[in-house]
Design a protein around this ligand. Structure first.
Ligand SMILES: *Cc1c(COP(=O)(O)O)cnc(C)c1O
Length: 389
């Protein structure tokens, strides 16, 4: 058993060796620039990228030309939100999103607010669920875009995207979905769900860092985006810059592998996650499960421990690499905006731990982690004036 046990797969995943193997020739033998039209080096690179593009498109039920390669989901989110807002500037200047979105959605939305766009940030309930009626009521003839994630990265809560899409459709409003934590874990079909723009990323699905994609609907309706990066006009002019050929190839391979084993792996992870949840909650009082138990991606468990100092807990939990409710982005020590939006107190948000399981994790590891969590929480509570049964 390798220590600390890695249970932070929602932050990033190791690259699958099969993905590395597929990528390697792209660094050496097929090193060409995919935009070079005048020689076989360019043609070979272009072919690799186009194969990757059609594979990714097929995996989410899209057409090949609807996939735009980016540097990751952060860029995809920025491109979707800013690109669409700027395309509709002067006609529709209202954006709707949700309080529990990733910062890569909330921050571009806030940046547009500074430029004069009106924004509505929808609240959530204690399980992280948004109110569909409230969302529908927020839509106006001025609304340009609704951006709601598929699965939350901190709690795993899954939003009812198909129903949200229906409401958007009725009003002729585009729907962007950050599906970074859902792709490869649950079935995602852009037409079945009614999504118009969708962000996803390779490094969350055992692919390489630094490559992602944005799905852009090109039919019924055909969406127009203003690019963020201007340059050589790559990616149909939507995203200029020399294509990351190894990244694109690795991304496609990673998703192919994830989909091939998704049913079995998701069931395995859900069982492990439930085992961990049960082992901790059955042995400790004062534990809150953060998220929607009925609609949750299979690998994610977010727990808050009453009467415990969050920082001390993470220091004590040496056996496991996890994320806390306070240092989601390590540059930002404030309590998680997701847990705060769900109504947790600052103290409870800070005393939260996100366990995100992945391919490498085993039953033995779950048992070691559960024992460690129970031991540390009991130890901290024994010395804590905050904890009184
Ligand atoms: C990781 C993550 C991102 C950022 O993705 P990058 O590819 O690292 O930029 C965005 N949204 C969600 C939900 C994520 O989990």
């Amino acid at each position: 058993m390798r220590l600390p046990i890695y249970m932070d797969h929602n932050a990033t995943t190791p690259v699958d060796p099969r993905v590395v193997e597929t990528m390697l020739p792209c660094f050496s033998e097929h090193f060409g620039n995919a935009a070079s039209r005048t020689h076989p080096y360019g043609w070979a690179a272009s072919k690799l990228v186009e194969n990757a593009r059609s594979s990714l498109a097929a995996a989410i039920g899209a057409h090949t030309e609807e996939i735009v390669f980016t540097s990751g989901a952060t860029e995809s989110n920025n491109l979707a939100i800013k690109g669409l807002a700027l395309a509709l500037k002067g006609r529709r200047e209202h954006l709707v999103t949700c309080a529990t979105e990733h910062k890569a959605v909330l921050d571009p939305t806030a940046a547009l607010a500074k430029e004069g766009f009106a924004t509505t940030v929808l609240p959530v309930d204690g399980r992280g669920r948004l109110d569909l009626e409230r969302l529908t009521n927020a839509l106006t003839p001025a609304t340009a875009l609704v951006s709601v994630m598929l699965a939350n990265n901190e709690t795993g809560t899954v939003h009812p995207i198909a129903a949200i899409a229906e409401a958007c459709r009725e009003h002729g409003i585009a729907l962007h979905c950050d599906a970074t934590q859902a792709v490869g874990k649950v079935a995602v079909d852009v037409n079945g769900l009614g999504i118009d723009l969708m962000s996803f990323s390779a490094h969350k699905i055992y692919g390489p860092k630094g490559v992602g994609a944005l799905y852009v609907r090109r039919r019924k309706p055909r969406l127009h985006l203003v690019p963020i990066l201007d340059g050589g006009g790559h990616e149909q002019g939507i995203r200029s810059g020399t294509l990351n050929v190894p990244g694109a190839v690795g991304f496609a391979r990673a998703l192919e592998i994830a989909l091939a084993q998704m049913a079995a792996e998701s069931a395995r992870l859900a069982a492990l996650r439930d085992r961990l949840e049960c082992a901790v909650t059955s042995r400790l009082e004062g534990v809150t499960v953060n998220g929607d138990a009925e609609n949750r991606i299979p690998n994610t468990l977010n727990l808050s421990f009453a009467g415990v100092d969050g920082a001390a807990l993470l220091v004590g939990l040496k056996e496991v690499a996890v994320a806390s409710g306070s240092a989601c982005t390590s540059a930002d020590p404030r309590p998680s905006h997701v847990l705060m939006a769900m109504g947790r107190s600052k103290e409870l948000a800070n005393a939260s731990v996100r366990f995100s399981l992945g391919r490498g994790n085993t039953t033995e590891e779950v048992d070691v982690v559960a024992d460690a969590v129970v031991r540390e929480v009991e130890r901290l509570r024994a010395n804590s004036p905050l904890w009184r049964k």
